[in-house]
Design a binder for this molecule. Structure first.
Ligand SMILES: [Zn+2]
Length: 213
């Protein structure tokens, strides 16, 4: 029934160099993966010149754009990507999909919250805009639970089981600063996600508005 389960899975972590828990989890447990941004990882910074996860399909000579091309070359069209991230403030893990065909894969992670990105925060230049797969927000940057969540997802997606999910769609940006608690209904009638992220706030983006499906 589920043809996705026959496809090869490629794990990616460290597209953002300061998101270290998934990289440590995969490395220390001998799980093969692509280290997204080795230079930024070495410096423990999000990126060197620009956001690597907004550089896929961008033709430029910056380190991140060159690295994005290398990563795409390493991932054949038939493979499925599971791309690990962490956040500054979302302790509760969630899965991001940009293509609803990837919902069965999201369901195999064992993570309950799945967000369909209708509003494209990376302008179509994220890894999962260019390869089939999902992004996993495993928890906060420094919390050890992000490490454990990463390992749990690896174990689960290599199995066949699909777990129940709660589906959200992100449909717009939050443009005003405010008191936004992720995955908790705001008084203005939307559910904030990816709020309280310094990298986004510095660009005037205070999160995304989501709703339950
Ligand atoms: Zn990230």
């Amino acid at each position: 029934m589920n043809t996705l389960s026959k496809q090869k899975i490629i794990f990616v972590a460290g597209l953002h160099g300061n998101e270290r828990m998934p990289v440590e989890a995969l490395t220390e447990n001998g799980i093969r993966f692509i280290l997204g941004n080795p230079r930024a990882y070495e410096k423990n910074t999000r990126y060197t010149k620009k956001d690597l996860n907004a550089s896929f399909g961008v033709d430029h000579k910056d380190y991140e754009c060159v690295r994005a091309k290398e990563i795409l070359n390493e991932i054949s069209g038939g493979a499925l990507v599971v791309d690990f991230h962490t956040t500054a403030s979302d302790a509760q893990p969630f899965v991001i999909v940009v293509d609803e065909k990837m919902l069965p894969l999201a369901g195999r992670t064992g993570i309950e919250r799945v967000v369909i990105m209708r509003h494209n925060i990376k302008n179509g230049h994220a890894l999962i805009n260019h390869r089939s797969g999902i992004s996993v927000e495993a928890g906060t940057h420094k919390n050890r639970s992000s490490y454990q969540t990463t390992l749990g997802v690896v174990r689960n997606v290599l199995g066949e089981k699909e777990y129940p999910v709660v589906l959200y769609e992100a449909y717009d940006e939050i443009k005003e600063p405010g008191d936004y608690k992720t995955f908790q209904m705001h008084a203005d009638g939307f559910i904030p996600i990816l709020s309280n992220e310094p990298e986004y706030e510095s660009q005037g983006l205070f999160g995304l508005k989501a709703r339950r499906l």
